[in-house]
Write a new protein. Structure first.
Length: 464
């Protein structure tokens, strides 16, 4: 084994230049990111992380209820995944020769397909948006039809194809023309049938629980949509990039509804173990055989870094941990504990409208209060920009209670909780206690919280 080169010292580089992190981003990357983080008070300096916690440069711990937008399903630096990556690097495999068949991709595909016995084959890419892009291409080619349906408020990615089925106008503006597409409301079977009757629909891509707003598909919708699609020769595509691998208390969120068997399933995020980007598109045998119909078409859809050994090793380790440590069951049990304790607060706070979700994917929605004093403040925020109250709650959760959360989407009064699937009762207690204190402050007219609200209003007005 060759010795590591001595000309590069990562630890020394970080020690010398790590303090420039926000300035480096401002100069060389997305300059709006550090600006936004400073505006909302999120410009922290995190030094290390383990499990469901970060530690800042002063040694204070922070509870992570965001999990890197769902990437850190097992928390940060899980020892089994770390060991798998050390092992695969030490093995010095002949990786990515492009003209051989390595064992790790086949083994990972086999393990994934064991959780979806109605599916037969897997394509490995590098991200969730690539997994969706693959599904779009495969659906259009397999059916010979150009148009793909999606649901309003959906999020399926930001590359050109997946952007075509993104239900958020703010992401789409300025990037037209996109692929032929049509949005329907989540749960609207009549709209689905009307579009299918036109005869040009390749499929419907849908999140079983929408990440934006944490909106579950209505009971029975996925099964009924599947039947309609198949009757019209179209495909059901389940986007499980955020909901898959145990997030909602089932291995896949679509499995919550009996009889749902999507033709294509997209996964990513948690499959990486938080280390190596990976995406996977699972599908039926006939779809893959139609796309790869001859040796001439063997590379008609491929990815330069797809199926690389590090990503495959991470994915295999993740699936092993999910099984060995009963992670899916923990997400179901702990998620129900967290959801039920938060739901019990709804009658107590007039600003708290609803708590919904499944497993460890929970949405906390705020709404218009009844009392005149609170209603006037709510109206002030709404007039400036919808979503500011949710940001007002997120701010003290971080600043006072050292808990990282997120607003669930632009112009939404919803906080989304997608913590690592390894959390337990201790983390539930910490979050519920902190959230209760923040809501007490909001309803008691807590000065600092509403002062921050006025700061957000001024910033929103300035950005118009």
């Amino acid at each position: 084994m060759t010795e590591a080169p001595r000309g590069f010292d990562l630890a020394e580089l970080l020690a010398r230049r790590g303090g420039e992190r926000y300035e480096l981003h401002s100069r060389h990357l997305n300059h709006q990111l550090p600006r936004m983080l400073r505006t909302i008070g999120f410009d922290k300096v995190y030094q290390r992380a383990e499990g469901a916690y970060f530690w800042d440069d002063e040694g204070d711990d922070y509870l992570d209820m965001l999990a890197g937008f769902g990437v850190m399903g097992l928390g940060r630096h899980h020892p089994v995944v770390r060991k798998a990556l050390h092992d695969v690097l030490d093995a010095q495999l002949a990786d990515l020769t492009r003209f051989d068949c390595q064992p790790l991709p086949g083994l990972l595909a086999e393990k994934l397909l064991a959780h979806t016995p109605h599916l037969d084959r897997v394509f490995f890419g590098n991200s969730g948006t690539e997994a969706v892009e693959t599904a779009l291409k495969f659906a259009r080619y397999a059916t010979g039809r150009p148009r793909v349906l999606y649901c309003a408020h959906a999020f399926h990615g930001l590359t050109a194809g997946s952007l075509s089925v993104n239900g958020e106008r703010g992401f789409r503006d300025g990037f037209a023309p996109l692929l032929p597409d049509t949005a329907i409301e989540l749960g609207d079977l009549d709209a689905l049938e009307r579009e299918l009757a036109r005869g040009d629909v390749a499929g419907l891509v849908v999140e079983p629980i929408q990440g934006k707003g944490v909106n579950p598909a209505p009971p029975g919708f996925l099964r009924a949509a599947q039947d309609l699609l198949h009757r019209h020769g179209a495909l059901l595509v389940a986007d499980e990039v955020q909901t898959g691998l145990g997030r909602t208390g089932d291995f896949y969120a679509f499995q919550y509804e009996a009889g749902v068997e999507p033709d294509l399933v997209c996964v990513a995020k948690a499959l990486s173990g938080g280390y190596v980007p990976v995406g996977a598109t699972l599908g039926k045998d006939w779809i893959f055989k139609k796309v790869y119909s001859s040796m001439d078409r063997v590379l008609v859809h491929s990815a330069s870094f797809g199926s690389n050994a590090q990503a495959m090793a991470a994915g295999l380790a993740v699936l092993s941990v999910l099984e060995d440590e009963q992670i899916v069951a923990n997400a179901r049990i702990t998620g129900e504990l967290l959801r039920s304790r938060l739901a019990a607060l709804v009658p107590r706070y007039e600003l708290l409208h609803e708590v919904r979700g499944r497993g460890l994917m929970i949405g906390i929605e705020f709404g218009r209060p009844e009392s005149l004093r609170l209603r006037s403040r709510w109206t002030m925020l709404q007039a400036a920009r919808k979503g500011l109250f949710a940001q007002m709650v997120v701010h003290p959760l971080l600043q006072r209670h050292r808990i990282l959360t997120q607003v669930s989407g632009d112009h939404l009064e919803v906080i989304k909780l997608i913590p690592p699937l390894i959390i337990g009762e201790r983390e539930v207690d910490r979050f519920v206690d902190a959230f209760t204190e923040v809501m007490d402050d909001a309803h008691g007219g807590g000065g600092l919280m509403w002062d921050f609200g006025r700061t957000l209003v001024r910033q929103a007005v300035a950005n118009r």
